[in-house]
Design a protein around this ligand. Sequence first.
Ligand SMILES: Cc1cc2nc3c(=O)[nH]c(=O)nc-3n(C[C@H](O)[C@H](O)[C@H](O)COP(=O)(O)OP(=O)(O)OC[C@H]3O[C@@H](n4cnc5c(N)ncnc54)[C@H](O)[C@@H]3O)c2cc1C
Length: 457
Amino acid sequence: MSNKIRELFSILGGDKVFTDPFDLISHSTDPGGIRGHVDAVVRAESVDDVIATVRFCRKYKIPLTPQGALSSLTGSAVPFGGIVLDLQKMCKIEEINIEDSYVVVEPGLRVEELNEELKKHGFYFPVDPTSSAVATIGGAIASGAGGIRGAKFGTIRDWTLGLDVVIGTGDLIKVGCRTVKCRQGYDLTRLFVGSEGTLGVIVKAVLQIHPIPEAVNRIVAFFSEYRDGVRAVREIKKAKIVPLAMEFMDKATMDLVSKFVGFEIPPKSEFALIVDVDAPKESIGRISEEVELILKRCGAVITSSDLSKEEIEKVFVMRKSATSTIINTSKIASFSEDVTVPPSKLPELMAEIYKIKEKYNINLFVFGHIADGNIHPRVAINSEEDFEKAKKVFREIGIKAIEMGGTTSGEHGIGIMKKDLLKYEFESRGSPIALEIMRKIKRIFDPDNIMNPGKII
Ligand SMILES: Cc1cc2nc3c(=O)[nH]c(=O)nc-3n(C[C@H](O)[C@H](O)[C@H](O)COP(=O)(O)OP(=O)(O)OC[C@H]3O[C@@H](n4cnc5c(N)ncnc54)[C@H](O)[C@@H]3O)c2cc1C
């Protein structure tokens, strides 16, 4: 390998290729604790660097793992040998077009940085993973990311208009448009969304943007029963209110996170619900009152009217920091589910999750984006015994969601963690051929299987 790496040095220049152990280790482990290994890291600065790296890897059949911020929770960005292509230096905003509501950006730009720029124009990119401070646009597209505003705005699939991609052959292809309406035969743009770096490297993206709402209000409620909280979500929807966000945390999550945020959980609180509503200024008050009434009618023990503005914000910070707090407090690792069911099935799924938690007597935290049925039960692994249990818990929860007509992943993607569950999902629907078709698609874009091999399929 070292001769080949020397060749790569001569192609790209020494300031773009890194083999220092610190660089290799920091590009080999994801936040869930999945560890891999890598022989060299390339920090691409241009499309030409990407093309040269892909062609080099193809020539020698070396695995190539594209990476943004390496914040994926599925092992999708973890390399198992070969080269990591770090895209964080390709982070320019090439165009902000307010009149036509789109931006053209490089893949290494962070979601939050894009929003800071767009704010100056009264716009935002509405897909906001809770990791938006670090998550890159390329990583978010390749993961098919969603986030807190998914209740109203869906996932990044719905906001990606066009892509430039260096596919596994080393060719650059440009797909999609700068318009929402775009019929170009088969929808290759969406094929790359969620492809987890297995088909090619995204080097440019055209994204749709949205005006920032005139007024947003955050409403918080605590319930003594999770069923009441879930019912409240249903009632809000029945009232034809479409909140910007509806997030929840269970008691275990609140107990862990509140200590770090300095918030005292109200007595008898088993379930916290956060509802963000957006509306024109003149109607935001009325809609907020309506939501608060619904929450009370559904049995909320505490609502926003009992809390200060500061306390309401703390509850949101608790939810936003749930994933990172569990990651940082788990001794060995933690496994995150990303199961998604039709929202009407949530009470049933939650009941099953708590049965599984009791069966294995494990530290399981349940929280997520409740409006779209996408929840993140997360197991903390503090011992070898936990590890074995966590694998079973992970699989059993995934199977329950699939059996309820749901899916193993709503937004995090498959990576290596959910390959078995994806297989189960297609098999249980009598459609194992779907995976075979995916393998064939991969061979077209990546005939030598160099692009992030071993992920998804
Ligand atoms: C605390 C925390 C909270 C999170 N919250 C959310 C959430 O609310 N919603 C959500 O959807 N996810 C969430 N995630 C998961 C993750 O942060 C997101 O999926 C994020 O979008 C990944 O971006 P990244 O830049 O870190 O990508 P990486 O982790 O580096 O890569 C992710 C995948 O994309 C591929 N990839 C990266 N860049 C490119 C490229 N340019 N071209 C082709 N492939 C590429 C990688 O190979 C890998 O398969 C969270 C993670 C953490 C740690």
